[in-house]
Each structure stands twice: as C-alpha cells, then as structure tokens.
Design a protein around this ligand. Structure first.
Ligand code: 16G
Length: 239
C-alpha cells in the first residue's frame, strides 16, 4: 500500500512494496512493468522508475535491455565476526563451492607483503590467483600469498578445494585469527571479465592477513567480491 500524504517519499514506499512482492517470486522472474506499477498505485512513471533504479543499484533487481526487469539472485549474507573460509561459507549456505585456478606460481615476496608476513623481502611465496564460484556463479577473485616454508608443498589439486582445510587437516596447524579491511571500489576490465560483471561495476575489495595460533602470519589475500552478490553482517555490542 502506498500512502500519498506520508512524509516517507513515494518512491521509497514503492521500493518497500516491491521488496515485499518479490519475496513471493524466484530469481529471474519478471516484475511488473513501469506502466503497470504506475496504474496499480496511481503514481507517476517517473516515481516508479526512480524506485526501480534504486533497487537495480541495490542489486535487488536486474534490468535486461529490451526484455524488462527481473528479480536478482539473492545476495550471500556473510557474518564478519567469525574467521571462515570461502569453502565453509558456501557449504554453510547449501551452495556448492568451485574454484578456477587462474595462476599459480612461486615468486620472491614483494616488500610490502613480506614485512606483514614477517618474512624477508625476496623469500619465496606462493602466489595463487583463484576465481571462487558458488553454484556455478562467479563470486570472488582472490590472490593469495603464502610463504612456501610455512605452507609446504602446496599443490594445484589442493587449490581447487580449501586452503584452510589444507593448513588445518594436512599441515596440522591451527588457524586462529585475521585482520581484514573492506573497501568499496569499481571493477577493472580483467576482473569484470572473470566475474561476469560489467566493467566498472561496484565490488568490495578485501585484504586479509591471517595468523596461526602461534602468532605466525601465514597468508595475505586480496579479494574482489561482487557487490551485487554479497552483503556483510556485523553484530555490534555497545560497551
Ligand atoms: C575467504 C577469505 C580468504 C581466504 C579464503 C580461504 C574473505 C574476504 N577472504 O575467501 O582470505 O584465503 O576464504 O578459502 O573472506 P578456502 O579455504 O576455501 O581456500
């Protein structure tokens, strides 16, 4: 229902209304046209367009030129409080994780990363670039740096699965904590091609340094997550 004399803008009320309507629909289902919404609620098409534009920007709807507007795939909601791996995150949502290895080599560690990993500049690290996929949808691009002396004998086969599982189950090391930053940015050309999004689409850039229980840093990861597929949740306590 739209209340015209409310102080809540009509486009915003319509956004809420559409969010309710699409709860009954599936991803990929079409929504009503601008004209239909405008007639149903007795509001201008401009207002309808504004509401739909906002929902497209929010990643709730997707517009396909010449075809119409459709319900977008639901975003993955991820808690930021626990230290989890991509594989665990996807499994816990009933999604099947897959990984495409884009690059895997051993390189001398670049200076900025070496100091954080507490190794010497030039010490060997694995540089792994992986496309992380859930139920066949590309979700994130990750480039990881792992000291070869610590994460021994990393094989391509392992990288198709979980690095955290390898560290814990095979190397018998305990992963304890990490420091992570999150920034919004726009995707570059090659990133967007791998992620299947438009060049310049919003993405989240996350950088993580992770540590073993003995305090030794074991990975630096730069991840690019799709802004239209991810939503992060943080529980906050007032102290
Ligand atoms: C997550 C982590 C990444 C970690 C990876 C391990 C973020 C932003 N990044 O994607 O730092 O290396 O999980 O996943 O959450 P894996 O054990 O499945 O290889």
């Amino acid at each position: 229902m739209i209340i015209k004399d409310s102080h809540i803008p009509i486009y915003y009320q319509l956004e809420m209304e559409i969010k309710e309507i699409i709860k009954e629909l599936k991803p990929g289902d079409p929504i009503s046209s601008e004209r239909e919404f405008s007639e149903k609620y007795g509001i201008s098409r401009m207002t309808v367009r504004q509401a739909i534009n906002n929902l497209v920007a929010e990643g709730v709807l997707v517009r396909q030129r010449g075809k119409g507007t459709f319900v977008a795939a639901q975003k993955v909601e991820q808690e930021l409080s626990g230290l989890t791996s991509f594989s665990e995150d996807m499994h816990s949502r009933g999604l099947t994780p897959k990984t495409k290895i884009l690059d895997f080599k051993t390189i001398p560690c670049p200076r900025g990363i070496a100091s954080k990993l507490k190794i010497e500049e030039g010490d060997q690290v694995y540089e792994v670039s992986r496309l992380r996929i859930a139920d066949d949808i590309p979700m994130a691009l990750e480039t990881s740096y792992l000291p070869t002396l610590l994460i021994k004998e990393l094989q391509e086969e392992t990288l198709h699965g979980s690095i955290y599982e390898y560290v814990e189950q095979t190397l018998h090391q305990k992963i304890s904590h990490a420091t992570q930053t999150i920034e919004s940015t726009l995707s570059h050309k090659n990133e967007s091609a791998s992620l299947g999004i438009k060049e310049g689409a919003p993405v989240l850039l996350m950088e993580r340094f992770s540590y073993l229980a003995n305090g030794t840093p074991f990975e630096y990861v730069k991840s690019i997550y799709r802004g239209d597929r991810y939503k992060f949740i943080i529980d906050m306590k007032r102290s």
